[in-house]
Design a protein around this ligand. Sequence first.
Ligand code: UDP
Length: 329
Amino acid sequence: MAILVTGGAGYIGSHTVKELKDRGREVVVYDNLSRGHRDAVGEVPLIVADLMDSKVLAKTIEDYNIDSVVHFAAESQVGESMQNPQKYYLNNVSGTLNLLKVMLDKDVKNIVFSSTAATYGEPEEVPITENCPKNPTNVYGRTKLMIEHILSDYDRAYGLKYVALRYFNAAGAHISGEIGEDHAPETHLIPIIMEVLLGKRDKLSIFGTDYATEDGTCIRDYIHVTDLAQAHILALDWLKSGNPSRAYNLGNGNGFSVKQVVDTVERVTGREIPVEYAKRRAGDPAVLIASSQKVRDELKWQPQFDDLDTIISTAWKWHSNHPNGYEGR
Ligand code: UDP
């Protein structure tokens, strides 16, 4: 029996594949490499194909005796999702519907789904618990929330079991420095700061200094990518033991402002980061902090790299050793 990891060549996917492999699990990666990197996958079978390709999906499930799926494959840029919603509804929603159809055809009924804090939108209260209202403010978040509804309906009607993991701000890189984050274009705070340190950008633009926070900049809950990866393994085991479907938040429960992140990077790397103060970025909530009590209680999830210094030092290890990421591979 093997685990199919869609989007396993991407950032969080590749870290999850590595953790699964390190635990001796049999893994197959399914990725169209539109965003992912061949070199991020390591010594694992990689099927280069699209989620819409039912034939290849069905054959992969048969050939590798797949009994569960971890589903990362998706478009994930908030700004782009607003400009090109069709791409997001087709790739994320239709792609998942197709995957689920093939899974049900082949009687594969366990799936761990990559969801997001963006399903909540502007929170009414922090820390955010799983029951908080869900009003996504962008198309990306809406596609993920739609998929959660689809999973719930398929559970009721077809007995599909799922765990949806709502990530807060994924960051950092594997402690080995062998794999890490490589997006083109890069939109996330910590890798952008790394690009400034590497001389690839002149400065960091801080988006908004007039938020209702102590220093006026947005507060986020940064979570190490390996801690996210561990949660996927716990979720797979939860489903394999016959437990019911669940949705969990994944964050550390600690908020850091953009300025605090900059200060921490300067302290950890011993280098100065030139910044400019810019306008707010549309759709950015002031504060996003997770309550992850539910996943700690039920899955016994315990983050290992939950301090910002470690998150940043592992990111710096990856970026300084791979200034051009995976070099296009
Ligand atoms: N941010 C920023 N400058 C940048 C990129 C991001 O000030 O060049 C801010 C952004 O406004 C947000 C925080 O950093 O408050 C984290 O943004 P990121 O895109 O990393 O994650 P998000 O919270 O949007 O998922």
